[in-house]
Design a binder for this molecule. Sequence first.
Ligand SMILES: [Mn+2]
Length: 178
Amino acid sequence: MKFAGSLHDNDRAKAVYELIGVPLDANARLKGARDAPDAIRAASHRLETFLWRDKLELSDLLYYDAGDLDGLSHLDLDTRRRRIFIGGDHSITYPLFKYYFERHALTKLIVIDAHADFRETYMGNRYSNACVMRRVAELAGFENVIEVGIRSASWDEYEFMKEVWSCHAQARSSLSLG
Ligand SMILES: [Mn+2]
């Protein structure tokens, strides 16, 4: 089943956006997120897709549901195309971001989440979903990760993030004073 309103296979070239499912939850303690792409596709068919104010159908955005990725170890993605990835647990963000970052197609990340996911390691796994934003920040620079809506973190994450933030704040103020 494709996401509701997806272009048909024959019209794929017209797509402005491509939707791709990433049905992985290997780095999550609680399993189940691997089923999310298909569950979201099924739920999309219950959406009211007409936007009253703008007199638009959702499908006017021209998107194509390209199905699921097999995995994240051998990616081959056209970096010029706009893509929307549907996870999967949070840990999928790191390999996807890294792929685009190394090809100079992405430099920053905005995260909307209740959790910081900024642990150094979690249950022995540095690539856990609980560590994913820290790995992205180490790759792209801490100033290039913006987290919105955080209400939950460990004490260690809080102390670490506060330290990083104050270092950057000091660097910025010395730049502007200099
Ligand atoms: Mn979360």
